[in-house]
Design a protein. Structure first.
Length: 45
């Protein structure tokens, strides 16, 4: 039996492109939410 995949989505960060990264991370979050893949996301400051 194989273990289920798990993905971590890292987004945000302290740089100038934080907002773009958050938008991209949200899009990935929505796509993964529709799949059977388990995931967590982190948007540290």
């Amino acid at each position: 039996m194989t273990k289920p995949n798990k993905i971590a989505v890292l987004m945000g960060g302290p740089g100038e492109e934080r907002e773009i990264s958050l938008q991209s991370g949200k899009a990935i979050h929505l796509a993964l939410e529709a799949s059977v893949i388990s995931f967590e996301y982190y948007h540290g400051k």
